[in-house]
Write a protein that binds this ligand. Structure first.
Ligand SMILES: Nc1ncnc2c1ncn2[C@@H]1O[C@H](COP(=O)(O)OP(=O)(O)O)[C@@H](O)[C@H]1O
Ligand SMILES: [Mg+2]
Length: 346
């Protein structure tokens, strides 16, 4: 899931698509490559994983160590941890950054462990996005149909095409998903997208529905589990069906005709999938997750220490402050000394 613009519904699409693919009977691994970690906190994970994508990409853990189960049967998670925020800086100065690290780890997964892997990208091109797009065979681009979003879409297009031409020739844009679509607004952007991209725009529109989507994120749940009967949840189930129906085509495009694609048809009917989502909703309710907003911190809690400062170490400003004080004292003493010497000489 990639778009060079933030706030367009990438994370929301990853977590809801994952829940809906699982509802249709498929096993999904979600990999959170964004330091914001919003996908990580969207599966009712009360205890956050200590190791995740940072460890994978820097080589301090193998994939088996970082895969965690979630509330949703069929969805597992490789989470984002705090240190992911500085990984681009570390990779830029070190030699650990190779674009294919994630792909190698994914190929280490046992063949029968997952049917699909969904990767949530940050909204910019950096080591994590390059790793994600190097390991993927299809990109879904969520885009909200507003004027700024169109510019983001064009930048996204150029980035994906460039990476397809350089590090991953098997990379395809599977489709553009219209998200956060206002009922009444008509900016003309949807028409422009349709004219430019034709059938690459999914025939779906995720409605702008903060009561469902923002509220669900507060509870740390996919909207499709938080409100399984909402219009938005139904669109994500439509998307899951479309994605599974399209897998054969993408497989052939990526690998040619030499090997047969795996059978990724849904193993559950639409009605069974809706029941599965409703079942996870009951499970979340039983665990008290619908009564509390896990992703909103309680008032008055102290802030955690900044990630650059080691615990018990003096803040970095301190030594600079001390040096400045010593230099200032030196100047003052020097100035007094000069005045006195001048006095004596007179
Ligand atoms: N269809 C929607 N209706 C209303 N709010 C939405 C919808 N989809 C996403 N959101 C909200 O919009 C914000 C940005 O979505 P998010 O998925 O985090 O975007 P991105 O990952 O692209 O930055 C979040 O607060 C999310 O809850
Ligand atoms: Mg996001």
């Amino acid at each position: 899931m990639f778009n060079a613009k933030g706030g367009v519904g990438k994370t929301t699409t990853v977590v809801n698509l994952a829940a809906c693919l699982a509802a249709l009977g498929r096993r999904v691994l979600v990999i959170d490559m964004d330091a914001q970690g919003n996908a990580t906190t969207s599966f009712a994970t009360t205890e956050l994983p200590r190791k995740g994508t940072y460890n994978l990409v820097t080589g301090s853990a193998g994939i088996a160590e970082v895969v965690h189960p979630t509330l949703i049967d069929g969805v597992s998670l490789v989470g984002a941890t705090d240190d992911l925020g500085i990984i681009d800086v570390e990779l830029a100065v070190g030699s650990m950054g190779k674009g294919h690290v994630l792909r190698d780890h994914i190929s280490d997964l046992p063949d029968d462990s997952f049917d699909l892997v969904l990767v949530d990208c940050p909204p910019a091109i950096g080591a994590m996005t390059v790793n994600a797009l190097a390991s993927a065979h299809a990109v879904i681009v969520p885009a909200n149909p507003t004027p700024f979003a169109h510019d983001g879409l064009m930048r996204t297009w150029r980035i994906v095409k460039r990476l397809a031409a350089t590090i991953n020739p098997a990379l395809y844009i599977q489709g553009v998903l219209l998200t956060l679509a206002e009922q009444d607004a008509d900016w003309g952007v949807e028409d422009v997208m349709a004219a430019e991209l034709g059938s690459l725009v999914f025939p779906l529109r995720v409605p702008h529905d903060p009561k469902v989507f923002v509220e669900a994120s507060g509870h740390g749940l996919p909207a499709a589990v938080f409100a399984p009967n909402s219009p938005g949840a139904r669109v994500y189930l439509d998307l899951a069906e479309l994605v599974l129906a399209d897998e054969n085509r993408l497989w052939r495009a990526a690998k040619g005709a030499a090997t047969d694609p795996p059978d990724l048809a849904p193993t559950r009917s639409r009605a069974e999938a809706e029941n599965a989502l409703a079942g996870w909703n009951v499970k979340a309710r039983d665990q008290g997750l619908l009564d509390r907003r896990v992703n909103i911190p309680e008032l008055g809690q102290p802030l955690p220490p900044p990630i650059f400062v080691e615990e018990d170490a003096a803040p970095p400003g301190c030594s600079v402050g001390r040096q400045a004080l010593v230099a200032l004292l030196g100047l003052v003493i020097g100035a007094i000394g000069t005045v006195m010497v001048q006095g004596w000489l007179r």
